[in-house]
Design a protein around this ligand. Sequence first.
Ligand code: DP6
Length: 361
Amino acid sequence: MSPREEGSESEAQGEIGKASATAPANIAFIKYWGALDLNRALPENPSISMTLTSCLTHTTVEYTRGEAEEDEVFLVSPNGELSPAPSPFAGPVLRHLNEIRQALGERAGLGVEEGTEGGGHFRVATRNTFPSAAGMASSASGFSALAVAAVRALGLELSIEELSRLARRSGSGSAARSVMGGYVEWPRGNGENESHAFTLAEAEHWDLRDVVAVVETAPKEVSSREGHRRARTSPYYPRRQELLAGRLEAVRRAIADRDFDHLGPVIEEEAVDLHLIAMSSDPPIFYWGPATVAVLAELRRLRRQGLAAWATMDAGANVHVICQPHDEAALAAHLQALPGVVGVIRDRVGHGPETDVPHLF
Ligand code: DP6
């Protein structure tokens, strides 16, 4: 942590700090599903994910010290124009900016007591650079990019653990995993200080690919937040908790050993289990569509022919198919040809956020 020097020019009223960052989405092999504390996104179970490369959020944050004004959030169009973000999008971003101000105001020398409204204001512009098939807009990349850029705009440097906790406090818990690259574990939330992610292995350790069969581009009907809330109402939830310890260990070992034959079946079983919990929650949540089931059937067929590819699905209908580099092109072609698949995104394990990127305004 390197707080601004006291009395330095940087604390002058009206002084502006500006920073930009990109952060990638991640795909969970073991899912966060169910919270000990939903508001603080403290998870009931550990999760493990792979940070991606192509599915990114690019965000610029400007912080102007001095007079408290309303924070502002803009979306950036593909041709670079800024327009005010609609309130369903802006609301959670504004809430997270307040969290950031509360958490870091004192250290950043904003001249306000922790727990009070901060002086100065944020301007944020953001865009997703997800490949055009879309349908997998992720708040993990968004809140991770926001945390990374905001911290730098305030003139601070945080440890990776602190950044992870800050991103998590957005309420989109999976953002805690997107502030770092490679293979990432986020432990159960035992307390505020312990709930941050850590790196299991760097991206270079194992080149895995994620071929996303996009079957649905509309936003999901039931949010992950609501899914977490309902999870405990499933009669199978306690059984899932019992099974998770073994699954987590199997995934950790498969990653350490780069053992795809052991990784694949566990991640597909785990994803089906999440959806089983969702479908048996009260009231039930059905994220899958007919094309989800068709993709799963196609993968069983391809595996019988010797193509090693295994599915995982987040809280939605799209299917992330994990494979090794030599199978990626053939797999993508098979998935693209399936009825109901509207697009295929080819992504891979990546290095996490970048800060040497252009400003959006
Ligand atoms: C199914 O609460 O992080 O993706 O706010 O929608 O990003 P969002 O969800 P969050 O829950 C993630 C649920 C999940 C599994 C996972 O990524 O671990």
